[in-house]
Design a protein around this ligand. Structure first.
Ligand code: HEC
Length: 85
């Protein structure tokens, strides 16, 4: 979890904000994205469908393991702020 926090802060926070703290700027705060989307995080991070809209391609910069840790961080903080059903 701590490693995921660090990875998120160094790679994603400028654009996506801090889950649970703010709602991001113009971009989706990932803490408020559907869990299914975050479950498929690699699909977005490695040459994903949103590259043309400004989401960087992290191929060669992050490993699958890194993305797993970032996912754990996002889901962990998201669970803390998401309204309970
Ligand atoms: C340079 C700014 C920037 C950085 C850094 C960045 N992103 Fe993004 N990201 C974007 C943009 C722009 C979009 C597209 C938003 C849209 O069009 O809805 C996006 C979309 C996404 C989406 C899909 C959200 C949606 O709207 O469906 C995910 C998931 C995502 N980013 C994850 C990440 C992760 C994880 C990191 C860190 C490894 C990261 N992003 C770093 C700019 C960035």
């Amino acid at each position: 979890m701590a490693e995921g926090t660090l990875l998120y802060v160094s790679n994603c926070v400028f654009c996506h904000g801090v889950p649970g703290v703010d709602k991001g700027g113009n971009l989706p705060n990932l803490g408020y994205r559907p869990a299914a989307e975050i479950g498929n995080l690699e699909t977005y991070v490695f040459n994903g469908p949103l590259v043309s809209r400004g989401m960087p391609d992290f191929t060669g910069k992050l490993t699958s393991d890194d993305v797993r840790k970032i996912r754990a961080f996002i889901l962990g903080t998201a669970d803390a702020v998401r309204p309970k059903q």
